[in-house]
Design a protein. Structure first.
Length: 144
């Protein structure tokens, strides 16, 4: 279970220190990173990514415009990245540009995957979204 929020810095070569807690939990030397919702990146264990991709492709048709958009936004930009010996991942340039990653980042665990955010974008999202959180939780029928 991937949980927690970690502040990290993207270096000049586009490498991000991957949280040790996540490295231990995932126990892999590679991840799959793709575009996520809300201008963040999603990162998956390769086996989980294969499941997510299979579900997307099985439940969408290239003959429907909305399906093509989902396929092109989530599946097409996905890239496998290596976790180096020091625990860093090189975030591909196209994905850094999509998420506006420049230096300060937040890595946030979301159970079976994690998100990579520009820190300012994440802070603004959390502040703006907090007012909507109660209504969203009620609408979804969240049970604790």
């Amino acid at each position: 279970m991937l949980t927690g929020e970690f502040n990290n810095t993207l270096d000049e070569k586009g490498r991000l220190n991957f949280p040790a807690k996540f490295r231990e939990e995932l126990a892999v030397d590679r991840l799959v990173i793709t575009k996520g919702m809300d201008k963040c990146l999603w990162a998956f264990h390769p086996a989980k990514w294969a499941e997510v991709k299979r579900n997307i492709m099985a439940n969408t048709s290239p003959f429907r415009a909305a399906a093509r958009r989902v396929q092109r936004t989530i599946v097409s930009p996905a890239q496998e990245v290596e976790i180096d010996k020091t625990g860093r991942i090189a975030v591909p340039q196209s994905l850094r540009e999509y998420a506006s990653l420049t230096k300060d980042c937040v890595v946030a665990g979301v159970d079976t995957y994690f998100e990579i955010w520009d820190k300012e974008t994440y802070t603004a999202y959390c502040e703006d979204g907090y007012n909507e959180f109660g209504a969203a939780a009620e609408e979804l029928g969240v049970v604790i």
